[in-house]
Write a protein that binds this ligand. Structure first.
Ligand code: ATP
Ligand code: PRP
Ligand code: MG
Length: 285
């Protein structure tokens, strides 16, 4: 059986979470970080450690079958490459920013002006869509410094916390799009490798769903059980078990991580006691 070749960023912001999700889906990789590729011990997968910006070309050429990569890189260099799963990490925006004192309020206001960026194709696409002419200055890093040194009137770059913009006296005026890490697929992937990729994707979905949910256990008097079931929707319906103490039940359910504080207040108000909230490792629907 052949191996699925999957690319991850060699070092940088995506590396740790990419290796983390492979570990979470049960793929163990023996590697020295200096290696360019490594095989998994327990799964037909070979991991290639590559530069982020090179990954779209490797996918296009079929040198790798799949990759964990920022959606922003696909939008810049791989519009012909599909992805099959959003992975929920490395969340950021690709935005237009200008000096704080600038009167520009959107990309349109930069018509005829100079824009510095490491994402030229992305900016060109948005300029074209909006029928705007502007001058592009392509720089590979520290883009936020360009307006301060008189190189540009505005920039297009990644924004996450906004602290790099703030430190450089810039303000965000337009978000072109939001990005996160994705599982991208080579257009040349073989049927055999695709079957392995589907297994990986299935496991990733189980891990991601688990991370976004909590398992809740609580005790309640029997006359409150119906009301509590209304509050706790669960995957199908909550499990209700009798407690050793007469007139009491134990209720188990799964709830959305983002909702659980609100739900817990409601549960307490409706007679729930001994509430336990536990993490879920995997969730297969
Ligand atoms: N501040 C940030 N917050 C969240 N995600 C980010 C941030 N900066 C970058 N990213 C995401 O992480 C990816 C990798 O960024 P990083 O800076 O590590 O690599 P790079 O310098 O673009 O690439 P290379 O691997 O070629 O050195 C980006 O393409 C983007 O998707
Ligand atoms: O909004 P913030 O949280 O400040 O994040 C945004 C910054 O993060 C990235 O740079 P990175 O630190 O990866 O450095 P790099 O330019 O060397 O890649 C990006 O290019 C921005 O400069
Ligand atoms: Mg960076």
């Amino acid at each position: 059986m052949s191996n699925l070749r999957i690319a991850v960023q060699k070092s940088g912001r995506l590396n740790e979470d990419s290796m983390g999700i492979l570990k979470d889906i049960g793929i163990s990789i023996d590697n020295g970080i200096d290696q360019l590729k490594a095989s998994a011990r327990n799964f037909p997968v070979e991991v290639f450690y590559l530069r982020n910006g090179d990954i779209p070309q490797y996918l296009r050429d079929g040198v790798v079958d799949a990759a964990i990569i920022g959606e922003n890189v696909l939008i810049e260099k791989g519009t012909d490459i599909d992805f099959v799963e959003r992975l929920g990490f490395s969340k950021c925006k690709v935005s237009i920013a200008v000096p704080k004192e600038s009167t520009a309020n959107s990309l349109k206001d930069l018509a005829g002006q100079r824009i510095a960026t490491s994402y030229p194709e992305t900016v060109k696409k948005y300029l074209k869509q909006n029928n705007i002419d502007a001058q592009l200055h392509i720089i590979n890093g520290s883009v936020e410094i360009a307006p301060n040194i008189g190189l540009a009137d505005g920039i297009c770059d990644i924004v996450s916390s906004g602290s790099t913009l703030f430190k450089n006296g810039l303000k965000e005026i337009e978000v072109l799009f939001k990005s996160e890490a994705v599982l991208a697929v080579s257009p040349k992937i073989s049927q055999e490798s695709k079957a392995i990729l589907e297994k990986i994707q299935f496991r990733m979905q189980a891990v991601l769903k688990g991370k976004s949910s909590k398992y809740v256990l609580l005790n309640a008097p029997n006359n409150k059980v119906d009301k509590i079931i209304d509050i706790l929707p669960g995957m199908k319906s909550p499990t209700v078990l009798p407690l050793a103490e007469k007139g009491w039940s134990s209720i188990h359910s799964v709830i959305d991580k983002d909702k659980f504080w609100d739900v817990i207040d409601e549960l307490k108000a409706n007679g729930a006691q001994g509430i336990l909230v536990c993490p879920i490792e995997n969730m297969v629907l």
